[in-house]
Design a protein around this ligand. Sequence first.
Ligand code: ATP
Length: 215
Amino acid sequence: MTALEVRDLHVRLAGIVILRGVSLDVPEGGVVGLVGRNGAGKTTTLKAIVGLIPVASGAIRLDGRDLGRLAPHERPALGLGYLPEDRRLIGSLTVEENLLLPAWATRRRESGEHLAFLYGLMPELTALGGRRAASLSGGQQKLVALARATMNSRRLLLLDEPLEGLSPALARRLAEVVRGLPGVAVLVTESDANRMRMLTDRIYTIERGEIVRDA
Ligand code: ATP
């Protein structure tokens, strides 16, 4: 079953056409890649799905529901999580407090359960839980930011260049975690198709705001 459907998406920013007819599908529980050079329109595609930028035309559906009819703040309730490229932790809070932030924001009661799930998925976080986020290495912070993004992503997780700047070992670990998320559809961007293959072979290629190939 298809979780995310994007159909003929057009986006204009400041009068410039950025996306011209982007269509893609992410199946339930599947990982799909969107590969393109800098400026090709990857971030714009993710932001349009989250609702951070307006769409000129086209449709975005999650589990058959038209996201275009929902305000951005209503979309996380459908189980949509987003990890932006400049994923940031709050350095003065502990790792565990950072992980709980999205649950506090949406007043979710089951945050304790989700935390236990995350520690099961990424046992390395258990040892880091009490440390201040600022004391972690850049790569460790990215793993924590990924874990945090899964908090609201029961159905769909959007990852913007999560492998960028990671050591090969950490990139492999991140890929393993992403592929192990049960039942979550994942759309992930990357500038390097070879690196993307660590995550998935299902790849759309975007050039100048258009999908030119899907593998
Ligand atoms: P990168 O890895 O550099 O982020 P990308 O594929 O994610 O690349 P986008 O950030 O989606 O690319 O940008 C696509 C195009 O849209 C670029 O040419 C960019 O300059 C342009 N663009 C992005 N945001 C705006 C904006 N707010 N106003 C006008 N143009 C924009």
